[in-house]
Ligand binder design. Sequence first.
Ligand code: NAD
Ligand code: IPM
Ligand code: MN
Length: 371
Amino acid sequence: MASKTLLLLPGDGIGTEIMVEVEKQIAILNDVSNAGFETEKALVGGSAYDAEGAPVSDATMTLAQAADAVLFGSVGGPKWDGVPYDKRPEAGLLRLRKEMELFANLRPAICYPALADASSLKREIIEGLDILILRELTGGVYFGEPKEIIDLPNGQKRAIDTQVYETYEIERIARAAFDLAKTRSGKVTSMEKRNVMKSGVFWNEVVTRIHKDEYPEMTLEHELADAGGMKLVKAPKQFDVIVTDNLFGDMLSDIAAMLTGSLGMLPSASLGAVDAKTGKRKALYEPVHGSAPDIAGTGKANPLAMIASLSMGLRYSFEMIREADALEAAIAETLEAGIRTVDVMAPGCSEVGTTGMGDAVAERFRAKLTA
Ligand code: NAD
Ligand code: IPM
Ligand code: MN
């Protein structure tokens, strides 16, 4: 089978710990399914800043641009609090997203049946939950200019971030939302704040036009993002695909994570446009959570968001649907067997650490691929 290149960027904190558990699953894919994955590893985030002077080096950017897919752990931590803004660990992730043009960030929030009691919400509110937050990832206030802190003549300072969206940016994320919804229930909810933001008015207009002109058979609803957040917690199952901007998507997906039991459960895929010549698209897969400095080094991190991010990679970059299904089933069965990391621990279950969870999934994954 032709080789497939994967660039592994473990990053900082628990990023390095959870990536080890993903490497176990990749080894199984190569061993049992002859998948032909070739992996290369590079530094990113604070560890790259310490060793290479930048949170992502030009050499690593070149590797990322050339890889069939990038697997990203997490970056950041208090050690780099004093580092200049453009060299902060998080700037490395933002550069990867921007330069690879990964505009579509898929953040599925699925409540595994075994975890229906691990959420802080009542079982009936989240049981069977399967929603997809589609976050615009390369525009908005994260990247708009000007972005600065300036000194004023009166001795005060002024801090400026700028929310900017152009037509094509909203059109392409809207199309991505409707295309994804086609494979699901057919319903898209767009969230913005058109009551206070010009960019919200424009976002609403463009999404409405794309719906009317190109996807009239589908259902489109609009919510103000604050009320949308409230409804996400009150009755999340009313949603299917939620499409929203970069900042609202960041916040709404952390909220959605808690519907699934833990931030340690939520994977994501960041996808670019399909290249008309090669039929391929650039892609980066990463958990929604960060480097969790409070538990880094304790061996307690939940690796399931990272492992499920690999599964999204199998699905979206390699069309390995059988393998993706097997990996997701292995995760579900591990949880059903009562094997839990501490963040999703429940009475009567057995607690394992990062390694124990990775091994438990690997054992079931191997069995499924062999069957
Ligand atoms: P965080 O996601 O790192 O942690 C929030 C809470 O969730 C913590 O209590 C943590 O222990 C817990 N948690 C997160 N992942 C977990 C896992 N896999 N298993 C068990 N518990 C888990 O967010 P934070 O504390 O706000 O940020 C810490 C650092 O991470 C910051 O520097 C931030 O910028 C960075 N960050 C990076 C990414 C990324 O790399 N994609 C994402 C979010 C935050
Ligand atoms: C995320 C993170 C990042 C973001 C940070 C680390 C730059 O919170 O991926 O959700 O804000 O996009
Ligand atoms: Mn976030």
